[in-house]
Ligand binder design. Sequence first.
Ligand code: TXA
Ligand code: MG
Length: 339
Amino acid sequence: MQTQLFHMDQMEEAAALIRAGHCVAFQTETVYGLGADASQEDAVKKIYEAKGRPSDNPLIVHVSSVDQARELSAAWPKTAEQLVQAFWPGPITLILPVKEGVLADVVTAGLDTVGLRFPATEAAQKLIQLAGCPIAAPSANSSGKPSPTTADHVYHDLQGKIAGIVDTGPATVGVESTIIDLTAKAMPVILRPGGLSREDIQAVIGPVAVSTSQVADDQTPIAPGMKYKHYSPDELVYIVDAPIDEWGHWMSHFQERGEKVGVLADQAVLNRWGKEAVAQFSLGDEGDEISASSRLFEGLRFFAETPATVILAQAYDLKGLGAAYMNRLEKAAGQKYLR
Ligand code: TXA
Ligand code: MG
């Protein structure tokens, strides 16, 4: 299949592909999504095929208005109304009871709930409006690889496997949406930390729990006990949770074993140790977890074009978007810490 490239002024052509049951990648504020008409079973199946993603994992449904979200859900609790008033369009996905018969079964993977999201980019909103249907979309990467924050990332992973990509510039938040389950009886539960912080959510609806299970993950384990492979570049990734002085020790540790070390860290660490690495990628100013979240996935992809065999990546505090950054980095690193 030839993958067609579009820009903002060709959105109607991209929308026509969606209506015809094909997959098109598009920019949201979090990451690029791989979209298909959420009411067409065969169209949605193409998403799973293109990504190589297990189809027992449900997809988020994207809408271009609050009313459209209400039409897809069987209940609309007060917390949903408060959250959408405060944060939509924006990087938060609500898990709500699904209305029967409006979405293809494969979207919800047989669950009686659905993840609903109103993305903030003009590109996403226009595509949904012109297509005239809710759009199911996971991140537009090959399953297991870092999520795409540019159209180039999508092209690299999925060219020849999808009908189109609309290139309208980079995704600025850089980590996927925060997923919050509003169907739980006791209190809302964050299933996946993401582009909107727990602190911001709690300021609007009060206390929320955070799930420690892996349900909101991109891949289901193939066998019990099997490790998740997620957000993983080909290089081995280690998380450095140590003072700046100790980076040199860990770099030598790997260099003595014949590895070529790449460093993914803030500017302070790079200024001090960058020249001893074979490649370096800046996450931004020291202590800026917003910048780190926005650059993480691009950074994880960057080292493929360099001689690096090992990536040492910096740990951040869990405050604000630091929780999402560390969640994705821990998966990329398979929990391997150096301290
Ligand atoms: O920012 C984002 O959320 C991006 C952009 C494209 O919008 N999308 C995204 O989708 O990250 P995806 O499919 O990679 O991750 C969605 C996760 C799935 O792994 C799934 O486990 C969870 O959301 N999910 C979807 N529906 C669910 C449901 N009804 N109950 C629990 N989890 C659900
Ligand atoms: Mg994903």
